[in-house]
Design a binder for this molecule. Structure first.
Ligand SMILES: [Zn+2]
Ligand SMILES: [Zn+2]
Length: 281
């Protein structure tokens, strides 16, 4: 295993939580979402064969919690076949190094996300001045430096398949980050969104706390390309997903999802795009 792995020097525990923290939802028999403080991880796979993958890797210092969630669902000493990252923001890679060391499994991410995962490039600074609430204002304390996963991180296959996730295809959904991906399974139209859109207004602390369900664009303080973000939402809406597991907020399904996505596409500039901020023009 790669001994060169390290987090950025600004890596730290972030004291933020929601009422969903520490709870899990079985959305479908093989799709399980679990909330670590303010972000979701997903366990995709079969309870009988115990073959599964972990999508995203939670908040800083959450490795023990993630391991125990996995062992209580799949059995003692069970481990995923791989970790798939929707993108490399700190709240999606928070425990990834400890998990890779513990399980010795590969991590997959989009090619354009690699510089942020091998210690080459920092994400643009979060924008605390963006239109939005307390979480946006807290964002300067979020770790921003790239982590270095060394040889443990591998680009997703260029044919669109997702390793160890039969039936799923990855879809490039940039805007929130350059190499952001969502994962889609055609046969039941299940969608793992990442942060391309979310079901809670992530900028606002009281909404994060209560997890009030409300469709929104990607978290504002970290989104830098609003044109691409809008196109990504349009791409996902066109897939007509029946269920969506997002990086933040509760899973959404059925008519509520269809209508919410239509509304988000139609009124993207009003709902998602901030009126002011560093990355809006
Ligand atoms: Zn993000
Ligand atoms: Zn996120």
């Amino acid at each position: 295993m790669d001994e060169q792995m390290n987090y950025g020097s600004d890596y730290k525990y972030i004291p933020a939580t929601s009422i969903g923290s520490g709870t899990g939802v079985e959305v479908l028999p093989d799709l399980f979402s679990y909330t670590v403080q303010i972000v979701n991880i997903h366990l995709i796979g079969n309870l009988k064969t115990k073959e599964f993958v972990l999508v995203d890797a939670g908040m800083p210092n959450s490795a023990e919690q993630i391991i125990s969630v996995i062992e209580s669902r799949f059995g003692t000493n069970s481990r995923p076949k791989a970790i798939i990252l929707t993108h490399g923001h700190f709240d999606h890679v928070g425990a990834v190094i400890e998990l890779v060391k513990h399980w010795e499994v590969p991590v997959y991410a989009h090619e354009l996300e690699m510089p942020f995962l091998v210690g080459q490039k920092s994400y643009p600074e979060p924008d605390p001045t963006v239109e939005g609430g307390m979480v946006a204002k807290m964002s300067p304390m979020f770790p921003n430096e790239p982590i270095n996963l060394g040889k443990s991180v591998i680009p997703l296959p260029s044919d669109g398949s997702v390793p160890h996730m039969t039936g799923f295809k990855w879809i490039h959904t940039p805007g929130h980050t350059p190499g952001h991906v969502s994962l889609f399974r055609e046969n039941d139209r299940a969608l793992i969104v990442g942060d391309a859109f979310v079901t809670v207004k992530q900028e606002y602390l009281y909404k994060v706390l209560t997890q009030k369900q409300e469709i929104s664009g990607p978290p504002r303080y970290l989104t830098t390309d609003w044109k691409a973000a809008k196109e990504s939402v349009m791409k996902l809406e066109a897939l007509k997903p029946t269920v969506a597991l997002t990086g933040h907020g509760l899973p959404m399904s059925g008519e509520l999802l269809t209508e919410s996505l239509e509304k988000l596409v139609k009124h993207f500039d009003e709902i998602a795009k901030p009126d002011y901020g560093r990355y809006v023009n």
